[in-house]
Design a binder for this molecule. Structure first.
Ligand SMILES: Nc1ncnc2c1ncn2[C@@H]1O[C@H](COP(=O)(O)OP(=O)(O)OP(=O)(O)O)[C@@H](O)[C@H]1O
Length: 594
């Protein structure tokens, strides 16, 4: 996996697919005898990065131990390295330590302080879209989102544009490239193998999937299949689930195909936050090397840029919670992600992250040497995952993929400590140390932010439920109208041309006019959605209320209750449906209307 600056990273046209790799193997190390949460520790870490010093002693375990705290609530002073003293306290509840930070006026309830920072532009951040309104229909935002996803799911490739696409690959057809297919050998993202992504439809089930094809892959043995089986069992809201892996010659080479669940309209994290395609995006660390500037000047520039463009801190924590949640499941199943890279994390809907390239590294780099201790190897890769997570958070906090390069790391950490809370800086520092780390150690660092996340999610679920409730009502009224429309103006029934104009049906015709065709005294059409909904609802329940129906020539007037109308509707519809060719479907509709 490589971290590629979007500036040098092509992704828009076929001809642009050549790419250069950035330094990726940065694994920072540090030797601190203090807690990593002190200023001294931070300075020491930054210095180590500058000196590229690789020391190996392991610092003390961090935070979560209940022995750290003798009283339930203890107060620390956490000094910002560059700013004023920032008071903070942590609370130990049942062995889990929650960190709170005050700013100016500390309040007894530290929770409300946690995500506030004087420089945080948290107002821009809305955790989930689509506020439910009082409209009778689904909100425009949600509807457009769903329609857009449906449209993307149903896209079909233009055969003239992709003449080399096979009609069928194993059990899949209707392949549609999700990115330009590169013919350039330089575009080798997966450890020297070229890769490409397709949307495809399962031939038998019609379900849509995402295929990741590794080109020209020579399979040495099938021992990796046990790992693939382990990956297939993982089901988590923050991972793209692996369905199957197979080899194929359908593309004209020996390709390896990984089948994942398909998430229409997804976007990589790199594209979302680090792409020059985003309006106004500029990597603050990407200086013009041809015009060297003093270091202090560069740093001031980065800081100024950072202040104006930084991501809201709650959003970064939101990402951290999701990624650690996925990693927790992966690691607890004796697996390692090995692809925690902004190109391999997708946003499948607003702010929802998923790890999108699981199992590929395990297969492509599978070592069948039985002498190797695979468990030890997995532990090693898990540690690498945590380092990759640290780099990712640092990159997000600096809005720069270049920030995680060795020569920039100390400036990047400094920027983070000036613009974000101490908690975020501490989390990054913990992840970037060379001590043995565990994803569960991150939970107390996230602390009460879990509650905020949970609250946001519950609110979002409530909004979706209320939107669903509207659609339940609309579905009910749609069925009622289908029934009415089946009867109204029917040209003939059972050889009887006046069927829809006589008896019960005549009342239903007048009712239809009453609901939909009312006019004002001046003869202008009178439209009122509330009137339509109210009438249909009363018909649906068979209300005893009476209404006055008038014929179009105004010669006859009928006073009838909704209950009587409902009876007419049921009788007439039953008559039609029982004589229908599609009897089964219509009686299903009949049942649903009851
Ligand atoms: N499961 C999925 N469902 C739908 N779209 C996906 C899925 N996984 C990835 N994508 C989309 O496919 C495109 C290509 O993904 P890919 O992982 O190849 O990223 P990339 O940036 O092209 O990386 P690389 O340069 O390594 O190929 C991206 O736009 C991504 O959003």
């Amino acid at each position: 996996m490589d971290w590629m600056s979007p500036n040098s990273r092509p992704h828009s046209t076929l001809s642009q697919l050549g790419r250069t790799n950035h330094v990726t193997e940065f694994v920072p190390r540090m030797n601190v005898s203090n807690s990593p949460y002190s200023t001294a520790a931070f300075q020491s870490l930054a210095k180590k990065f500058e000196e590229q010093d690789h020391l190996t002693s392991v610092p003390e375990p961090v935070m979560q131990s209940s022995s750290h705290s003798t009283s339930p609530i203890s107060h620390d002073k956490l000094n910002s390295s560059n700013g004023p003293v920032v008071p903070a306290y942590h609370e130990n509840v049942g062995g889990t330590t929650y960190f709170y930070q005050y700013h100016t006026a500390p309040e007894p309830n530290g929770e409300s302080q946690q995500e506030q920072t004087p420089t945080s532009s948290s107002t821009e951040y809305t955790p989930y879209p689509g506020k439910s309104d009082n409209s009778l229909f689904m909100s425009d935002e949600l509807r457009n989102d769903i329609l857009n996803k449906n449209m993307l799911t149903l896209l079909q490739p233009d055969p003239s544009q992709y003449p080399n696409l096979p009609q069928e690959v194993d059990s899949y057809h209707e392949l549609y490239p999700l990115e330009p297919i590169s013919n350039q050998v330089l575009h080798k993202a997966h450890l020297g193998y070229q890769a490409s992504m397709y949307k495809a439809t399962h031939i038998k089930t019609g379900v849509h999937y995402c295929l990741r094809r590794i080109h020209s892959f020579r399979l040495q043995n099938t021992k990796f299949m046990s790992v693939v089986e382990m990956w297939k069992k993982l089901n988590h809201s923050n991972i793209v689930q692996l369905k199957e892996v197979f080899t194929t010659k359908a593309f004209g080479d020996n390709s390896m195909v990984f089948v994942y669940s398909y998430h229409p309209g997804s976007e990589t994290l790199l594209n979302k936050h680090f792409s020059i395609d985003q309006p106004g995006y500029l990597d603050p660390f990407n200086n013009d090397k041809s015009t060297p500037m003093p270091y202090s000047y560069q740093k001031t520039n980065i800081l100024r840029h950072q202040q104006n463009n930084k991501l809201p801190e709650p959003l970064i924590w939101n990402y951290i919670i999701q990624l650690t949640s996925a990693l927790r499941l992966v690691h607890s199943n004796a697996l390692a992600c090995r692809s925690l890279d902004p190109t391999k994390i997708i946003l499948t809907s607003k702010n929802r992250l998923r790890l999108s390239c699981l199992a590929v590294m395990d297969v492509v780099l599978h070592d069948s040497n039985s002498a190797i201790n695979h468990l030890a190897l997995v532990h090693h890769y898990q540690q690498e995952d945590l380092t990759a997570l640290g780099k990712l958070v640092l990159a997000l906090a600096c809005k720069s993929t270049v920030a995680v390069q060795r020569e920039n790391i100390s400036t990047a950490l400094d920027i983070v400590s000036r613009t974000y809370t101490v908690d975020l800086r501490n989390l990054i520092m913990y992840l970037l140390t060379n001590q043995r780390r565990s994803v569960t150690d991150l939970m107390p660092m996230i602390g009460a932010r879990f509650y905020t996340q949970l609250d946001n999610l519950h609110n979002h679920v409530e909004i979706l439920e209320s939107e669903l409730a509207k659609e339940v009502q609309n579905g009910r009224l749609f069925r009622l109208m289908s029934k009415l429309a089946t009867i109204n103006e029917r040209p003939e029934f059972n050889m009887e041309t006046t069927w829809s104009e006589t008896g019960d049906r005549y009342m239903l015709k007048l009712f239809r006019d009453y609901v939909f065709h009312q006019v004002t005294e001046e003869g202008q059409s009178w439209l009122d959605m509330a009137h339509i909904v109210q009438c249909l609802n009363k018909l649906d329940i068979g209300a005893p209320e009476k209404i006055c129906l008038m014929s179009r020539d105004e010669q006859s007037i009928l006073v009838v209750s909704y209950a009587e109308l409902k009876h007419c509707l049921e009788q007439s519809f039953h008559e039609v449906s029982s004589n229908s060719v599609l009897q089964q479907d219509l009686s299903e509709l009949d049942e649903k209307i009851q």
